[in-house]
Structure formats: structure tokens, C-alpha cells
Write a protein that binds this ligand. Sequence first.
Ligand code: NAD
Length: 374
Amino acid sequence: MNIGVIGCGNISDTYFESQKIFNNLNIIACADLIKDLADQKASQYNIKSQSVDELLKNEDVDLILNLTIPSAHKEIIIRSLESGKNCYSEKPLAINFSEGLEIQKISQNNNLFVGCAPDTFLGAAGQKARELIEKNTIGKIVLGTFNIMSHGMEDWHPNPDFFFKPGAGPVFDLGVYYITQLINLNGPIKNVNALSGTASNERIITSKARFGEKITVETPTTLIGTLEFHNNSKIQFFCSWDVWKHKHSFIELYGLDGSIIIPDPNFFSGNILLSDKNNEWKKINNDKMLLGLPNKIDNDGIKIANYRGIGLSEMINSIKKNNKPRCSLDLSLHVLEVMEGIIKSSETKTEINIITKPDRPEFLDEEEIVKLKS
Ligand SMILES: NC(=O)c1ccc[n+]([C@@H]2O[C@H](COP(=O)([O-])OP(=O)(O)OC[C@H]3O[C@@H](n4cnc5c(N)ncnc54)[C@H](O)[C@@H]3O)[C@@H](O)[C@H]2O)c1
């Protein structure tokens, strides 16, 4: 299957590089609204630079990899489907649930697949945690927490405007990893309750290229609330870009027989902590698993596992077998409905019931991963 990339910004190199990690990724062309960017990536990776229209008409392209900003996701996904191409999109699927439903309808009518990031839940930490939970190590999950707190994105991203517009903010931009991971571990969500706040209506860019420019904040930068799952467990969350420092852990789940602490679901690996009732924490390392082996160095010089692209690789494999991909449209539509529900609940001060109820994505075992790795 040949891939065409639309959107050649910050995250695109990670996907171009993932062709070295997975054996079924073959990017043959790219496009961007900014032609220079597409030309630059095309020459760097020895592929064709095209306009968006040309790329969508390119008969050699079977699948569009949508790496545009969230507000463009729906348009690019739908145009891909209408051009007879499958589409894998960066997260979130779209900026609201009704856009997501439109995508679902066109995907079904055209009999084409849509897949969506995040794929980090397929990493070593997510799959190991799932195995531990399925082995009943903490018993039935009844409660939990997740926490995303920092002071925002304007200090590192070259064009951080979109983070503060509808379709981003701490829930749509980062909560998406946590909510997806929780559905992987704990099943679908039944209803949500939330409160919101915005500490500053304006952000000042401190990353290099546009240092000093101002961004008007158009989506809440703090959302606090609860998720109730179909298994009746209740999970409290705190998502904020208004906090400088804190000491909460990323995800904690409490079962009838013990507790588990899961590392940042924006990453593929990291130690899991497990306790049997109130005994000492036991550290569960997963960096020997295939999607936990360190393969990159981060900005702080630390070795990390980054296997972004596994979702796309697994989707291509699933399309060939006519199976539902792990990073499925159903899953991302549910996550989108939950994220929109969080914003809606904070605006209306009411509980929002969630209507979508996907199955949990199937467990991804090492045997299957071996077949996808180069
Ligand atoms: N940057 C990261 O670390 C990161 C990590 C994970 C996921 N993501 C997700 O990836 C997506 C892209 O993020 P980014 O950081 O690369 O953003 P970016 O702003 O750096 O790049 C987006 C690119 O898309 C292009 N674009 C926008 N609308 C377009 C359209 N209609 N047609 C063609 N091109 C269009 C822009 O010109 C830009 O070059 C977002 O959905 C983001 O949430 C980013």
C-alpha cells in the first residue's frame, strides 16, 4: 500500500522515520498548504512533492496520512475518502462529535477505512498494563485518577497557536492519549462531568521562531471532572495548562485487590507500579518488549521508546485482512465524543451521557508486532 502525507509540519519527520521501523510503510508523495515545506520533505525523503489536489488524485496513492492541524482533520479525511483512499489521521479525529459522525458515514458509504492516532496505547507499557489487569492482579477496577498538568506548549512548538483553539486545549491535545489508554484498559465510558477554567486569555510565544508573539486563548486551559465507565468504575481527572509544577502521577487505577500506576500514555514505555492490597509497590519494567526497547534519544538526551507509526502499520495490515484496525474509527469517535462531552459538561454544568460504546481494541501481542517490524 502506498501512502501520501498531507501536512509536513512538526510531527511529520517522526512518521517519515517510522518507515525504517515498520516494514509495510511506503510513503511516495507529500503535500502541504505551504509548498516549500512539502518540497523540503520531498527532497529530504526522496519522494514526490504535490499540491493537496494532485496528491488526492494520485492513483498510485492508496492511503492518506493526515498530519494537518486538528481544524483541518475532517476536511482532509473526507476528501481522502471521496477520492477513494483510506485515511489514517493524527489525533483528534475531528474538532467535534458531529464532524466525527460525518466521517463515519462517508467511511461506511465508501467502504474505506479510517484510522486515528494515538497509537501509544499499543506500546509496551499499555499492553503490559492491560495484561496485568486481565490477569486480575488488582481485581475488578472500581476507581482511578489521571492527571495532565503543565504550563502549556508555547515554549517549544514553533507554531503553537492551534493548541489554544477549539479542537485542542489539554483534553483534546493530551487527554486524548489518557482517555484512549483508559478505554484500552478499562473499556468504554458511560458519562462525564466537568468544570473548566482559563487562567490567562492570552499566551505569549517563547519558542524561537515567533518569540514574543501573542495567541488569543479560545478554549479552556483547565478541565477537571469525572468519567464513569460502563463497568461502573469512576475515574477523576485534572487536565490543565495552568500549572507550573505538581507531584501527581499520570494514571492510577484502584481495584478491589490492589492498585496500579501507569506511566505517561503519550509514550510507549515506562515502569508500571503494582501493589497487592496495601503491600509495597512492585516495579514492572517493560523495556525489553518489542515496543518498549529504547530506539530514540529525546530532547533531554534520555533514551526512549518511540514507535509512533505502529497504529498506521497495524491498520495497513488489518485492511489487507479486512479486519478492524486497533486504532479504529469507532475508538477515536468514542474518544472524540467523550472529549466533547467534557467541554459540554463544563459549559452546561450537567452530566453528559455518551452514546457510542465501542469494544476495547484487541490486545496486540509480540508475535504480531514481529511481523510488522523491519
Ligand atoms: N508535534 C507533535 O509533537 C505532535 C505529536 C503528536 C501528535 N501531533 C498531532 O499532529 C498534527 C500535526 O501537528 P504538528 O505539530 O505537526 O503541527 P504543525 O502546525 O507543525 O504542522 C501541520 C502542517 O499542516 C499543514 N496544513 C494545515 N492545514 C492544511 C490543509 N488543509 N492542507 C494541507 N496542509 C495543511 C500546515 O501548513 C502545517 O505545515 C496535530 O493534529 C497534532 O495534534 C503532533
